[in-house]
Structures are given as C-alpha cells and as structure tokens.
Design a protein. Structure first.
Length: 323
C-alpha cells in the first residue's frame, strides 16, 4: 500500500490531508460516507496506517477528502483520529481552507479573502482565507450553529456545562479539580477529561436533539481565566487525546456558552489560548434556527508532503498505539 498525504498544523495541532481518489468511500452524502468508513475494514486500515505509530502518534489527526453533498461546496471531508471518525473538526477545516488556496484547488486573488466551502459530517462550513501580497495571512471558519445543551451537570465530582459546536463537549474550570491548564498538569488533565466523558457517555446530555449520528460526548474542555474574555483551554477528546490547538469546534461551543451568559454579543471577540500557547479568536456573528452562528479565527501552515508505505512483510501492519 502506498498513500500520499499533505500535512498542515493549525495552532500546533496536526492535520494530515489525503486527497480524493485514494479511497472509494461509498455514500451519497458526507454523513453517509462517514458511516461507510466506520464499517469498512479497508478504509479503517488506511486510517490506522496514517494515524498510528510508526507513521503517526496517539494525538495525530487527519481527513479523507470526498465529494461534496452537492455543487454548493468545494469538497467534503471525513475527519479521523486514532480512535475513529469525528463529526466536526474546526482546526481541520481551517487547515483545509489554507491547503485549498495554497494548492490552487480554490483560486484566490493576491489580495483579499476567498471562501472555501466544505461539507463535513455535522453540516456545511466555510473557511475564509485571507491573502496579502500573494501569501496566506490567516484563516477563519464559520461553523454550523452552536448551542448550549445543559448546565450544571454532575460529572467527576463537580458540575460541568455541556454545549454543541459540531460535536458535543463538556466544559469546566480546571481549578475545580485543583489543576491548571499547563503542561505540567497534563497527565491529570487527561485523567479528568476521560472521567468526565465516561460518566456522561450514556446520559441524556450526550444525545444530539435532531441527529443521533452526532450524539456522544466527544471531548472535555478544561479552562482557566486569564483576563476579560481571555481563557487558556485544553480539550481532551476521543480516548485521552490532547488537542494542541484551542480546538475549533469546542471554541465555537464555548462561544455559545459565553453568549448565553451575556458575556458576548454579536461582533464581540474573545481569545482562547491553548496549552502550547497558540491562539484562536472567536465571535458570535448571528443566529440561525439551530443556534448561534460563530466564527473562529487562527492560522495554519504546511509542514510536509509525504508518501507512506505499508510493506506486506512488515509484522507491525497498519501500526500501533502505546497510549
């Protein structure tokens, strides 16, 4: 097996892009293709090969490009990580927007903004890529509607809030467990994040109100206040994976919580820093029938072009994970 991929990072979080045509993933829509990928041993073997060691690592992230749902989008994508396929990925959406412009997939002027429309499992999102003097200077994505699911839910000995931003997340200040959002506390942050997810996994707050394919607590977001509308956050997602960025979809969900608290109104911007000191800026930009419309802004940079091989003689096969 031989697979070509392009790697980007968004605020420190990796994203490995596999173009269309590499895999034949059946389905009429991106959600249907995700369901097929989850059932297909061949597709999942490719995911494991690209994500697991020795070609990846426990916190690797990426996506398979697929056709869009219709002519209204430039392309579709199936997001994946070491444990499977996610419903949303804000940092991946931003990376794909920059990739589409830098690769020439979507034409862009030397000066100005260009929109890249992408169908993802949770819906249709838009990456707005800012170009200056012929180079990409930044990227923002407009997400599916975000909304508050529940407040004050008991989990891991404290109360957490739950919100949706393309995936469902639980939120709580790290200090409720005597922790800070710093690398030195990472092992304990992972343990807490896993425990919150486990305890909420079979409860009503983990169910999406309209589409059960979007159900499930995807991650736990632990945060600390750094100043007015300025927080440091870390997302523990899937099975103990750590997002190096502030997490695009979680930042969108957090924006819905802050707006519901009256701390943000349309056009106000707040700052989310990550555990590795990278930054997203986010803001409410309007309302839709499904909730709050948000925009999350950051940067994404290409880190490599790869040709991965799987030798049939290799006893490690598609790879392994230590954690």
């Amino acid at each position: 097996m031989e697979i070509e991929a392009t790697d980007y990072h968004t605020a420190g979080e990796p994203f490995r892009i596999v173009a269309e045509g590499v895999l034949d993933i059946a389905g009429a829509t991106v959600p249907e293709r995700r369901e097929h990928a989850m059932r297909s041993e061949h597709v999942d073997r490719v995911r494991r090969m690209l994500c697991h060691e020795p070609r990846g690592h426990a916190d690797m992230y990426g996506g398979f490009l697929v056709p869009p749902d219709d002519d209204g989008a430039d392309f579709g994508v199936l997001f994946w990580h070491k444990d499977g396929y996610s419903t949303a990925c804000g940092h991946g959406t931003m990376a794909l927007g920059v990739w589409a412009v830098e690769s020439g997939r979507v034409p862009a002027r030397a000066e100005g903004d260009v929109e890249v429309t992408i169908d993802v499992p949770s819906g249709r999102v838009v990456a707005s890529v800012r170009c200056r003097a012929g180079a990409v200077q930044g990227v923002a994505f407009r997400n599916v509607p975000a909304f508050v699911v529940a407040r004050g839910v008991a989990a891991a000995g404290v109360e957490v809030d739950v919100a949706y931003g393309g995936a469902i997340y639980a939120f709580a200040p790290a200090e409720r467990w005597g922790l800070r959002v710093v690398p030195g506390d990472l092992a304990d942050l992972i343990a807490v994040g896993r425990k919150v997810k486990q305890e909420l996994g079979e409860t009503g707050v983990s169910r999406h109100p309209n589409d059960d394919r979007l159900s499930g607590i995807y991650g736990t977001v632990l945060y600390e206040e750094l100043g007015p509308l300025h927080q440091r956050t870390v997302t523990i997602f899937a099975d103990g994976e750590v997002d190096r960025s502030p997490t695009g979809s979680a930042t969108s969900a957090r924006t819905a919580l802050l707006a519901a608290d009256g701390l943000l109104t349309e056009g106000d911007t707040w700052r989310a820093d990550s555990i590795v000191e990278t930054t997203f800026h986010a803001r409410p930009i309007g309302h839709a029938a499904g909730g709050l419309l948000t925009e999350v802004e950051g940067t994404a940079f290409r880190t490599g072009e790869h040709r991965f091989f799987l030798d049939p003689r290799d006893p490690l096969g598609a790879g392994f994970v230590v954690r």
